[in-house]
Design a protein around this ligand. Structure first.
Ligand SMILES: *Cc1c(COP(=O)(O)O)cnc(C)c1O
Length: 321
């Protein structure tokens, strides 16, 4: 919907990280736009704001930032670059509901933002999401695009006496059952976030000695960011260390996963996008990151997960520490 609202045309460029889920790029590729991938910061794993300006060309239309793990990108710097070059900032806030940056909620900073309510996120409806429209100039058309390109919303409010097809659009509204499920989740949003933060803090305190020992690097949350405990990850010393960690967790009955295959090295990323500058951090991090289980309901089992992870890291420490 953001891509439609911006009237992107074939050949237009959108700057984004390569270290993200495919949906960040797909939205724009579907309009014929070219994702231009920029490397990430080694601390937050968010797009490196210092590399954005060098990626701008005469075709650049937007910067799509991703608040990885619910930790904010450097929005002040990014908004300033966008303003200097007349670009729109879109926030992929899929992971970032209830997070904030200098007191401002993520998803409320760029002209447009998207939340995800996919079952893997903090607040869920199975499948689903929300477009947040922060630029009032885009509101009216967003409503039309959401309603199959019709002005039906105006009709419901009694502003027109019949509704008709006025623009492009599709069927973006959730059904009643999904909306009801989501409403209940949103009512529990604060409690969900509190529980997740407590699980996150427990992992973070447990992992500290391993970081001091040099065998892992823990997530970094800058002081200006308040996060939502979307994810707890560890960075291991190498791809091989990660394979051994995951295998050892599996033997203890704990499933752990990693991500992302960088978009710039995936077949579709190579076909539809291009890189700007090197991708060293993206490539390095994507081979070494592992996620620990984190969901409401884990409370009683977290100790067992930590025991298994301690065992796995102790044996890695002998080699890598
Ligand atoms: C989950 C996720 C998406 C996609 O969300 P959907 O609701 O599946 O469309 C996009 N971007 C990021 C960074 C995500 O984590």
């Amino acid at each position: 919907m953001s891509a439609l609202l911006l009237n992107l045309e074939p050949g237009d460029e959108v700057i984004m990280p390569s270290f993200t889920f495919v949906s960040t790029a797909n939205a724009f590729v579907l309009r014929g736009a070219v994702p231009v991938f920029v490397d990430i910061r080694p601390d937050t794993l968010n797009i490196d704001e210092k590399l954005i300006e060098a990626a701008i060309t005469s075709r650049t239309r937007a910067i799509c930032v991703v608040h990885y793990a619910g930790v904010a990108c450097a929005m002040d710097e990014i908004l300033a670059v966008a303003e200097r070059h007349g670009l729109t900032v879109i926030e992929d806030a899929a992971q970032a509901i209830f997070s904030s940056y200098k007191g401002r909620r993520l998803g409320g900073i760029g002209a447009l933002a998207a939340l995800s309510f996919h079952e893997t996120k903090n607040v869920i409806s199975g499948e689903g999401g929300a477009l947040l429209v922060n630029d009032p100039c885009l509101e009216e058309r967003a409503e039309i695009i959401r309603e199959k390109g019709t002005n039906r919303s105006k009709f419901f409010r009694g502003q027109v006496d019949k509704y008709t097809w006025v623009d492009v659009g599709s069927s973006y509204l959730p059904g009643e059952i999904i909306a009801a499920f989501l409403a209940a989740q949103l009512e529990q949003g604060e409690a969900i976030t509190r529980t997740r933060l407590s699980l996150w803090d427990t992992y973070h305190a447990w992992a500290e000695p391993y970081e001091v020992g040099g065998v892992v690097r823990r997530p970094v949350v800058p002081v200006e960011c308040t996060h939502n405990a979307h994810m707890y990850y560890l960075l291991l010393p190498s791809l091989e260390a990660r394979m051994r960690f995951i295998e050892s967790m599996r033997e203890a009955g704990v499933g752990t996963v990693f991500h992302y295959i960088p978009l710039h090295s995936s077949p579709a990323g190579q076909r539809f996008g291009r890189t700007s500058g090197g991708m060293e951090i993206t490539d390095s991090v994507s081979g070494r990151l592992v996620r620990l289980p984190l969901y409401v309901g884990l409370e009683d089992q977290q100790e067992a997960v930590i025991d298994a992870a301690s065992l796995a890291l102790d044996s890695l420490q002998v080699e890598f520490g």
